[in-house]
Ligand binder design. Sequence first.
Ligand SMILES: Cc1cc2nc3c(=O)[nH]c(=O)nc-3n(C[C@H](O)[C@H](O)[C@H](O)COP(=O)(O)OP(=O)(O)OC[C@H]3O[C@@H](n4cnc5c(N)ncnc54)[C@H](O)[C@@H]3O)c2cc1C
Ligand code: SF4
Length: 442
Amino acid sequence: MQELLQQKPEIAAIFADLHPPFQAQAAVIEADRCLNCFDAPCTGACPTHIDVPRFIKKIASGNLHGAALGILDANILGASCARACPVEVLCEGACVMHGLNQQPIEIGRLQRFAMDDFHAQGGRLPRKSYENRPEKIACIGAGPASLAAAAELKQRGFQVTIFDKHPLPGGLNTYGIAEYKLPLLDSLREIELIKELGVDFRFGVEIGTKTSLAKLEAEFDIIFIGVGLGAMHKLAVTGDQQPRVTEALQLIEDYKTGKTTHIEGKVVVVGAGNTAIDAANAAKRLGAKEVSILYRRTRKHISAFDFEYRQALQEGIRFLWLTQLMAIRASSEGITSVECARMEIGSGGLLRPIEDSTFHLECSMVVSAIGQSPMLELLAQCRDVQLQQGRVVVDRATGQTTNPKYFAGGDCVNGGREVVDAVADGKRAGAAIARLLEVAYV
Ligand SMILES: Cc1cc2nc3c(=O)[nH]c(=O)nc-3n(C[C@H](O)[C@H](O)[C@H](O)COP(=O)(O)OP(=O)(O)OC[C@H]3O[C@@H](n4cnc5c(N)ncnc54)[C@H](O)[C@@H]3O)c2cc1C
Ligand code: SF4
């Protein structure tokens, strides 16, 4: 892995920052625009409830360290959330400036300004005063949900071990989020703060069998499930076993870890969610001659955020609406084209192919981006943990599952939302586990 990471400069050049950071003077000017609203709606719109006006005020007065500590107190992944959060629909979307016909305060960029400075100065989390406690908590998965739970628990003195099947921590923060939003190395740098708290990380460990779970149950007082979602749904058409049919998540992981640095030819991406757009943009930036997104319905039905869609248009991605993939055609040289049918939406929103509408689209690579499936195999092994439509059922306030020994949070509970939602879940569960153990052992 170390070897792969050394290729990063090449990738960094292709995936330059989407939103360049503030320069110091511009940050202060922007911070001065904030009205410091009482009952600030921006704070209410943040799932981790960062005190936005407070940290912005600190930036305005030049106290960047204080601003960063305030952010970290609410959100241990404040640096990655500053870069990856869809602020347009969260804090910035709620900013009162909209009602005054002015641009919302650039909260995400200001948060990044404070967090970048904190990391550049080698900032450390203040040690909260606590006594070491003997109770042990295992977190399955090292993504944002588990990281937030682990930090919360460790800061209260508990013994926390995180298990992950990958060689690096961070989950999708490290392996999935577009590099031009959140570089892999920035994700890892942020996790160093959590390592320094004394959380024990075990990499390359896949928890997947009844035996491995029984072992965890015997060794740990509480188990937190933060495994995210599973593999992407299969395309399930003729030709989907061709070597150049890949999953969007794999394509993204491969370039982020430096395994792929170039893509040739024409690429077809199937699906039109945020992941499809990230994969399409990546293929284009990596050199693909043409990238087309096929979607069965229309623009207004896509699950991607509007700003992601507009970004894709800027990157030169072509969208083919009302188009269904029917088959992937290949010769001995590899994929040559995809066969598609035009669709129409009938009464009641029912989709059907238009007769004799089949056409072929030349391409040499096909990317599946039609949603991730739940981790059913693993979740079904968790004793007495109830699932509903593949999601872990939890008490929303605590993250506790139907088996009191298990807690859960993040994508495996909410079905796939944002990093900040996973952090909020993990933090809430961490606090609830602490309360439970503190009461149980007095
Ligand atoms: C392509 C893509 C782009 C995204 N872009 C954004 C974005 O720009 N902004 C944003 O806010 N959100 C984005 N998201 C969503 C965000 O990444 C997730 O909501 C968030 O990472 C969920 O965190 P999590 O901890 O629940 O799961 P994950 O981040 O998925 O982490 C789960 C971890 O569990 C590990 N694991 C799984 N099974 C096992 C097992 N059996 N044993 C051991 N370890 C296991 C995995 O290896 C992984 O490290 C994106 C998602 C995708 C797919
Ligand atoms: S809503 Fe806007 S103006 Fe008010 S505190 Fe938040 S960022 Fe500042």
